[in-house]
Design a protein. Structure first.
Length: 136
């Protein structure tokens, strides 16, 4: 959601020069987004129907200037995978003013779980876009 949201709304906010990739720690690549994920994202104007999962790789991390994680579990997995990336790793939800730095993983949850997670993600990415727009 964060990647597609940024790709969808970045250009509208004048942020055109970002290269963005999404990856996770489930080793099975090519999994489609769950139906509730696709439905919830569409309410934000984001199309996840063609999204397929990708695994975190050392090459992807080496390519990345900044890495955002959703929760502490992802942070620990990242630390175990490649400690060198930690100095450029941030919790996405820390950009929101709500005091929570984690985005709860909605996987296997209901529509409310997806709605809550995607509201956090959209708010954080909107804040990131504001920061990037102010830098230009």
């Amino acid at each position: 959601m964060a990647e597609r949201y940024l790709r969808t709304y970045g250009p509208e906010e004048g942020v055109n020069s970002l290269a963005v990739r999404s990856a996770g720690f489930v080793p099975t690549e090519g999994r489609p987004s769950p139906e509730l994920a696709v439905e919830t994202a569409s309410a934000y104007g984001v199309d996840l129907s063609s999204h397929r999962s990708k695994a975190v790789t050392t090459e992807l991390l080496d390519w990345s200037d900044v890495v955002f994680v959703m929760d502490v579990d992802n942070y620990h997995r990242l630390r175990n995978h490649d400690r060198d990336v930690l100095d450029r790793t941030y919790f996405l939800n820390a950009l929101n003013d709500g005091g929570r730095f984690e985005v709860d993983d909605p996987y296997r949850g209901d529509s409310r779980a997806y709605g809550d997670a995607y509201a956090d993600i959209a708010g954080a990415v909107d804040r990131l876009l504001d920061i990037l727009e102010d830098r230009d």
